[in-house]
Design a protein around this ligand. Sequence first.
Ligand code: SAM
Ligand code: SF4
Length: 467
Amino acid sequence: MTPPRKLHIKSYGCQMNVYDAQRMVDTLAPEGFVETANAEEADLVILNTCHIREKASEKTYSELGRLRVAREEAARNGRDLRIAVAGCVAQAEGEEIIRRAPVVDVVVGPQSYHHLPQLLARAARNGKAIETEFPAEDKFTFLPQPKSDAIRARGVSAFVTVQEGCDKFCTFCVVPYTRGAEVSRPVDKVVDDVKRLADNGVRELTLIGQNVNAYHGEGPDGRPWPLGKLLHRLATVPGIKRLRYSTSHPRDVEDSLIEAHRDVPALMPFVHLPVQSGSDRILAAMNRKHTVRDYIEVIDRFRHARQDIAFSSDFIVGFPGESAQDFSATLALVMQIGYAGAYSFKYSPRPGTPAAEMREMVQASDMDERLARLQELIDSQQSAFNRAAIGTTVDVLFERAARNRGQIVGRTAYLQPAHVMASSDIIGEVLPVRIEGLERYSLLGELATTAPAQSARTAPSQTTIGA
Ligand code: SAM
Ligand code: SF4
């Protein structure tokens, strides 16, 4: 019997890439590959890349420089190290990658990684293999199911892709070009995946998609189902205790999604709803297709349906033409909403996007200063949100043993890490925890005997933040 070959995947960027990396492992398992966390012992290294900002895509080339040295070293030791580039840089740059980094054997776009075994075989025969088209077939139909032990090893919380691609064409964004048009997976297929995950110990699902609330997969009744209806259905799968979804667009928040937050207790009251800017002028230039007022109305609809709901967001500072006044409007919006956390980025021109042609670039020093001010405000909101949990009792889904001996770590409804001293038997359970302190971003507490009171479940963001 030939010994298994070792596969190391290095993923950059979004949750979708984390999920794709797992599915690449599943795709290569029948070919005799086993995953290793140690790149040095790998026979195949896959860089699962991100193209969203310039820094993210430049990382690919610096990593390929290191891999060239690793390959020479492996060859000296009689080993043949193969190298593949997957993900959005692969899609956007294709052959250019092999021109800049001839060490690469395979380049595969995000819609084609189910062809990895054939591409590796083709590269072994011909030296190189590239596939970056959007094939007509649905890759999900061809991906092998993960084995039970692989699911168990990945833990109690899992991602499931329900939607891919984007039709929004925000002027700054490469996603519609690298991931293609919006596609939703049929409800039955998603339910089958979820049952399999739940049977193997998964208790929390995050449904993912570039634009997840544009989901409209075909239901068992032959009609398109919105995300809210899918969430209702998944909440009935035995074993599933928590549901989440990411990332949503403010334009696609249908009433059925709001109703799901009201009616489905397993649906967590924490929504990532990127707004990008607090200025209508900039939102229009970004082609976001909504105004600040529209965004606030959407937030109000969520809050009306579920009092304890909290929000996170994405922001871009220094979009071309952003004035000091536009930026002040962003700070004002952050103050008004009160976030439990948010990501903020400096605008990065991406080749091929309309914004990359815009002239009025914001000076680098202004961008730095704006980013620092925005991050300071968001950090203060996040800290206030976390501090407000002290003294309350909250439900925690326990995930794994912590680095500190004897501690088990889990997550609250708002994804805050929470540590307690307990036995590992509680992994996979949702239990009430009395929160006693805070260490950086982690809550510290003790297992409680009583369930959280309704009042403790009111999101502090609405009262303590933003003033
Ligand atoms: N679909 C999601 C949405 O519409 O909000 C987000 C997708 S994108 C993977 C994640 C975040 O990256 C965006 O929300 C945006 O804040 C940021 N981003 C995208 N393109 C960018 C660019 N050219 N420069 C800086 N940040 C960017
Ligand atoms: Fe990119 Fe806009 Fe689509 Fe989000 S909605 S993936 S930011 S184009």
